[in-house]
Design a binder for this molecule. Structure first.
Ligand SMILES: [Zn+2]
Ligand SMILES: [Zn+2]
Length: 153
């Protein structure tokens, strides 16, 4: 009986050694891919929730959004001003009237109340949902889409 067990364990041992030998396949290096960005890297970027300063009206903003006519009928005068200076001093800020407006330079959309923005080391800000896929695509060598400042130093 003991002999049988000994033989069995021997067989097991030889099996194990075979498995170990077979498992030693060389790890394929693969093409030089961009260094992946870890979740920690992304989380290390400062974020903030965009909040427009309360309007003078107060509760009106909470009720039904903007008052009728403010956004639907864009004044032609404002459009003319934009066309005159496409590269104004405030890059990203389209309108001169409301300095609180934030425009994401990736999607060119104005930030909505409550949306999460990411601030890069260069202090440029983008939508969280816009800049993080960009960073992931670029890897750890990602740079600011605007000024090419490295995101991770
Ligand atoms: Zn965006
Ligand atoms: Zn930048």
């Amino acid at each position: 009986m003991r002999l049988l067990l000994a033989q069995l364990s021997q067989q097991l041992n030889s099996l194990r050694s075979r498995v170990q030998a077979g498992g030693g396949l060389p790890v394929s290096p693969g093409p030089p891919a961009p260094v992946p960005v870890s979740e920690e890297d992304l989380l290390s970027l400062p974020t903030r929730v965009f909040a427009k300063p309360p309007l003078s009206g107060g509760g009106a903003a909470l009720e039904g959004g903007k008052p009728a006519g403010s956004s639907a009928t864009a004044s032609p005068g404002q459009a003319g001003a934009d066309a005159a200076g496409p590269l104004g001093p405030s890059a990203g800020g389209a309108s001169t009237a409301s300095s609180s407006a934030f425009v994401c330079s990736i999607c060119l959309e104005e930030a909505e109340e409550g949306v999460v923005l990411v601030t890069l080391p260069c202090l440029h800000q983008f939508h969280d949902a816009c800049v993080k896929p960009w960073i992931v695509r670029q890897g750890r060598h990602a740079a600011c889409p605007l000024c090419k400042t490295p995101v991770f130093v």
